[in-house]
Design a protein around this ligand. Structure first.
Ligand SMILES: C[S@@+](CC[C@H](N)C(=O)[O-])C[C@H]1O[C@@H](n2cnc3c(N)ncnc32)[C@H](O)[C@@H]1O
Ligand code: SF4
Length: 361
């Protein structure tokens, strides 16, 4: 007869399971609150967090409640700037990445992934080219923050800004992303400032409006990349489903609800979206909206050899012309270009291998 397999431990982020365990062990709720504070807010190690429980309860608690959903597989520290890429592995073997950005001001940002792969399949994106799309659970997204903070503690740093700009489209995984945001901004959770949290989307109109209503203070970024419909669809296949008119109506609603500026991301691709007509269309499209335009340099992707980034000079001229039209424009200087090259291909190759093996079973 097959033996009954032991139940999987529950996550520390699963409030119902943790409360059930607390009752079973007869633990004082204060002790549990202190454990969560130590782990989620004070960057404590797992051992330090467990110390908050009475000695007799620690083993039983640790056997049923696990603190981590992901295993840190590899870490790449940039030799060029303050970026570190963390490669995590899920229980079923897939790789995903988070990026720690140590900004010159001394502040620290973390870029998290919401999915492994992405169904949007944008032409310029290594994640889109992975050929798979698996959503991460809220505990898997939250664990990226917990582990980054544990790694940063010895440096005297703490994650200040959290951006959903890693792998995946957050609004293809709305339920888990909403749950993650609730736990991040909750004073009983991570107590993260909503104003230092940003969700970036390729542009799903109804999900953007729902997000703004639920999280009026969390920042939204839209990856627009072109204000000319045919050009946008050429690089973002999903744009065929949600046209620019519908997207603009959603932006108006988001702005009305949030009363704060929306970030417009504009990846600059030579000969595709960087001409004078592209700039004029962009300026027209955004007129009247509270926006901040971020011009992004293209990071070369092996799977898209036909694409080339706009030169630095042209990017700066494009930005200056938009400023002349009254827009606030920043030009992002890509951090961690060396670790990106090291990891991007590794993640893609490994995940393809695992997805192919799973499909063959
Ligand atoms: C990876 S996406 C994740 C969030 C969401 N799916 C989105 O598209 O906004 C985050 C940002 O990275 C940008 N991006 C993707 N591939 C890039 C590349 N090869 N070079 C520079 N930026 C890239 C996207 O356009 C987007 O603005
Ligand atoms: S939606 Fe974002 S993550 Fe998905 S393929 Fe496009 S750029 Fe990449």
């Amino acid at each position: 007869m097959p033996s009954e397999s032991a139940a999987m431990p529950s996550s520390i982020h699963d409030a119902a399971a943790v409360e059930a365990m607390r009752k079973r062990l007869g633990l004082d709720p204060h002790r549990l609150r202190r454990l969560r504070t130590r782990l989620l807010k004070l960057q404590g190690s797992d051992e330090e967090a467990l110390q908050e429980l009475p000695a007799a309860a620690r083993d039983a608690f640790a056997a049923e409640i696990r603190f981590h959903e992901l295993t840190l597989d590899q870490r790449f520290d940039s030799q060029l700037d303050g970026a570190s890429k963390l490669l995590f592995r899920t229980d079923d073997g897939l790789l995903l990445e988070s990026v720690i950005l140590r900004v010159a001001t001394g502040r620290t940002a973390l870029c998290v992934s919401s999915q492994v792969g992405c169904a949007a399949n944008c032409d310029f994106c290594a994640t889109g080219k992975m050929g798979i799309a698996r959503s991460l659970s809220a505990p898997q997204i939250l664990d990226q923050v917990v582990q980054a903070n544990q790694l940063l503690k010895p440096e005297g740093r703490k994650v200040r800004n959290i951006v959903f700009m890693g792998m995946g489209e957050p609004f293809h995984n709305t339920a888990a992303v909403h749950e993650t945001l609730e736990k991040l901004v909750s004073p009983h959770g991570f107590d993260q400032s909503p104003r230092r949290t940003l969700v970036s989307t390729v542009g799903l109109p109804s999900a953007m409006i729902a997000f703004a209503r639920k999280f009026p203070k969390v920042n939204l970024a839209l990856s627009l990349h072109s204000a000319i419909q045919s050009r946008r669809t050429e690089i973002i296949p999903l744009a065929a489903k949600f046209d620019l008119k519908e997207l603009r109506a959603a932006l108006d609603q988001v702005a009305a609800v949030q009363q704060q500026s929306i970030m417009i991301e504009y990846l600059m691709l030579r000969g595709i979206n960087d001409g004078p007509e592209d700039r004029a269309a962009l300026a027209d499209y955004l007129r009247g909206l509270p926006v901040h335009i971020n011009l992004i340099p293209y990071n070369r992707v092996d799977a898209a050899p036909h694409l080339e980034g706009t030169s630095k000079e042209d990017r700066e001229a494009f930005g200056a012309a938009l400023r002349g039209e009254g827009y606030t424009v920043t030009i992002r200087y890509s951090l961690g270009a060396d670790v990106d090259a090291a990891c991007g291909q590794l993640v893609r190759r490994e995940n393809r291998r695992i997805a192919a093996a799973a499909a063959a079973q």
